[in-house]
Design a protein around this ligand. Sequence first.
Ligand SMILES: [Zn+2]
Length: 151
Amino acid sequence: MNRYFFDHVISFYIFDLMNGLQHGHAPSRCCGCGTYFLTTNGHMPKYCDGIAPQDPRMTCRQYGAMMRQKEQNKQHPVYRLFTTRTNTIRKHHQRGKISDELRNEALYVAESLRDKALMDNDYAASGYAHDMEQEAIYAQARARLAREDGS
Ligand SMILES: [Zn+2]
């Protein structure tokens, strides 16, 4: 077994790096946290496996995958319409135009329609845009609230 002594902690990191390079590892910089880490041959991940500084519940790799998915989702027409509507609902709520209850129900309705459209291409292509009209969402949300009051 080889034993090495280092007079400075930096020497250890340099040794570790050189040792890694010898074994076909290359240093790579994590796009999430900015730390350098060693990668194996032919494999250049953009993220390390450390805890993501943006969200300690996941690793940089998981966080990166989630952000990539979110970016793709934003481009999706179903999501675009959903984002537009929910932004308007929040704006209406901020201005006091709608109540807390109606805001919550409207957001719930919009989310349900979005999920339905994501799973059903026919619905996404035909009924979705109509159901997602601002007044249609509020009408559905009011109907849900009325039903809750009646029970
Ligand atoms: Zn990282």
